[in-house]
Ligand binder design. Structure first.
Ligand SMILES: [Fe+2]
Ligand SMILES: [Fe+2]
Length: 363
């Protein structure tokens, strides 16, 4: 029975009883009506038009009948960070293959759960943003994210495994969804989580050997490039008009979110001892956790995890921090906090700009 069929087989009553109380909470957001229906005629309207023109139906667009062997790695060995760790070469070939297959499944599961978070934040922006054009645009993003949940759920079903959501990713999206202003929702999602996603999708697109996953990721990435553009096009002018104390409040919110992310995994990977999903990956591959994390520490000490494989994007350095810098959220006050937290600040927007405008770097 597939993962989706197993879930379908569970009764709705059972699902309600087993729901985790942390997964149900209230958000303090204001809901904003607007009666000025005239569209803005600026870049946000262009993004809305582009979003309407670029809707796609995964039933028609993607080759779902492509066979996928869940036991085989879906990505190229040479571009996998773990393959560059000395510890990894000591594992047997079959252990390496099993680990690559499971760690990729764990990553794809984070894409799926993250997309659900994006669906909810986009809906939140739709009802809380006070501008008519931004509301219409956010509605298109809500549809985009629904499609992304659908396609990743279908792909995870093909590989027959869904790992739990990483705790740090849930903490990051929960902090965004629990925030009290639409600006914070957009900072948390359109700048930080989608910066993370755009980098991860680009890297997956470049490294996967599965034609279905490649095409799926490419189409999702095109949508995501619009979502990141929206964060800049709409929020930039809004922030420029805010009083200094409110800008500091938003800058501090952005720092707290980046800090959750920067300390989420070891060496820029999803590996974490406190992540039940990742520990499950190690257990499924018969890898001793102490040996694995010692291997990560050795690789970090040797500087191996600092360098990305060629052509890959570093989400924090290339996308998120330049996006925050561009809208004035790296204030002198908050830069001290980045410094104290050991997070280097990067402001070069070239990779970010190349990926916006519907022309991802990977294209
Ligand atoms: Fe998405
Ligand atoms: Fe998105």
């Amino acid at each position: 029975m597939s993962v989706i069929e197993q879930d379908r087989a569970k009764s709705k009553a059972d699902w309600k009883v087993t729901m985790n109380p942390d997964d149900l909470y209230k958000n303090p957001m204001n809901i904003a009506w607007t009666f000025k229906y005239i569209l803005s005629g600026d870049k946000v309207e262009d993004l809305y038009k582009r979003a309407k023109q670029n809707q796609w139906d995964s039933d028609e667009y993607l080759p779902w009948d492509t066979p996928v062997d869940p036991s085989k790695p879906m990505i190229n060995d040479r571009s996998d960070m773990y393959h560059r760790m000395p510890f990894f070469s000591k594992l047997s070939k079959s252990q390496q293959e099993t680990f690559t297959a499971h760690s990729t499944a764990q990553l794809l599961s984070q894409f799926l759960h993250g997309e659900q978070g994006a669906l909810m934040t986009a809906a939140c922006v739709t009802h809380s943003v006070p501008d008519a054009t931004a509301k219409l645009y956010a509605a298109t993003q809500t549809m985009d994210e629904a499609r992304h949940v659908e396609v990743y759920a279908r792909y995870c079903d093909k590989i027959a495994i869904v790992y739990p959501m990483s705790l740090w990713l849930k903490a990051l999206i929960d902090a965004t969804l629990k925030s009290d202003r639409y600006e914070k929702i957009m900072i948390g999602m359109n700048m930080i989580v989608e910066g993370l996603a755009l980098g991860a999708f680009n890297n997956m697109y470049r490294t996967t050997q599965c034609e279905l996953l490649k095409k799926l990721t490419f189409n999702v990435m095109r949508d995501e490039s619009r979502h990141v553009s929206f964060g800049h096009a709409y929020l930039g002018p809004v922030i420029a008009k805010l009083p200094e104390d409110e800008v500091e409040d938003l800058a501090d919110f952005a720092f707290q979110a980046v800090n959750i992310l920067a300390h989420g995994g070891a060496g820029g990977t999803l590996a974490s001892r406190v992540d039940p999903g990742f520990m499950q990956v190690l257990a499924n591959c018969n890898i001793e956790p102490d040996d694995f994390f010692k291997g990560i520490e050795e690789a970090e000490a040797a500087g191996i995890t600092q360098e990305l494989p060629p052509g890959q994007i570093h989400s924090l350095k290339d996308l998120m921090l330049p996006a925050l810098a561009r809208v004035g959220l790296l204030t002198p006050t908050v830069r001290k906090k980045y410094d104290e937290a050991g997070i280097p600040v990067f402001e070069d927007p070239r990779v970010l700009e190349a990926m916006e405008g519907g022309h991802p770097v990977a294209a």
